[in-house]
Design a protein around this ligand. Structure first.
Ligand code: LIP
Length: 268
């Protein structure tokens, strides 16, 4: 669907290795901003709750510069800077701080998310949580890892066997999320919303959540997590269909045993 299994060559592996270094540097910078967040000026973007600060912008610059130094022809799509066109088939999709509202309010559910696309397919993804010092990563065809440990999605067949991540925003009608939560609870399920779609996708891939649903999410929030869930044995919807890369789409990922029941609850 959107994974680049047959496109993973040394050029991708070299880029992954550099991204591992860059995401740690960016993580240290973000953590410093987090510990001094009282000095940050909080701005609201297009809709209520969609907040941002200089921390997001400067961490994104750190990531882009750290990658551009080695791969000057690559393209970039970042949440804060938008698109920087490249001269080859490689595109980095970056969320410098995913879970910004939590970050700015002193909560720990935030992370850094970097995905690499090759010819419009996801080749690898990295999600770093500096608070827990956990690096979630996946390369197409090579599995999903947390630090150096290989991980898999849960082996479950009912929503009663674990907790479902849910995300929402003021970009969409609240009924889409509320109706899903109602259906989930009526089936004996339970939900959590921690404010970071990327982190919750990493938790699905690493067997902590049974799935994640968000009626509309942006590509920079989820591409890294999507390849992780796939490499960990989970199922995903075709998030990149249509204009998913630039305009976002609905997102549903889960343990494979829940595909049918969650499709019924979400219509995806
Ligand atoms: C967040 C997403 C989350 C969504 C929030 C917000 P941000 O990204 O990760 O899934 O529910 O509304 O969009 O803005 O913190 O980078």
């Amino acid at each position: 669907m959107f994974l680049a299994h047959n496109l993973v060559d040394q050029a991708v592996l070299d880029r992954f290795e550099q991204a591992e270094k860059v995401i740690k540097v960016a993580g240290a910078q973000a953590l410093d901003y987090f510990r001094n967040r009282d000095k940050l000026v909080v701005e609201t973007k297009m809709e209520p709750q969609d907040v941002v600060s200089i921390a997001d912008r400067n961490v994104e610059i750190t990531i882009i510069e750290g990658l551009q130094k080695h791969f000057a022809q690559d393209g970039f799509l970042g949440e804060e800077q938008g698109t920087t066109k490249g001269d080859n088939e490689y595109l980095w999709v970056i969320d410098p701080i995913d879970g910004t509202a939590c970050f700015l309010n002193g909560m720990h559910s935030w992370c850094i998310s970097i995905a690499l696309m090759v010819n419009d397919k996801i080749a690898c993804g990295l999600i770093f949580d500096p608070n827990s010092n956990e690096l979630f990563s996946a390369i197409a065809g090579k599995g999903c890892f947390v630090n150096d440990k290989k991980v898999e999605t849960l082996k479950v067949n009912s929503v009663q066997e674990g907790v479902m991540g849910v995300g929402t925003s003021h970009r969409i009608p609240s009924s889409l999320c509320v109706n899903f939560i109602e259906k989930l609870l009526s089936e004996g399920g339970m939900f959590i919303r921690n404010g970071s779609g990327a982190l919750m996708l990493a938790y699905v891939a690493s067997g902590r959540l049974i799935g994640y649903y968000e009626p509309h999410i942006n590509s920079w929030d989820c591409l890294a997590g999507l390849i992780m869930v796939d490499e960990a044995g989970g199922v995903t919807n075709d998030f990149l269909e249509g204009e998913g890369l630039l305009k976002g789409n609905p997102l549903l990922v889960s343990a494979s045993g829940l595909k049918k029941s969650l499709n019924k609850m979400t219509g995806i």
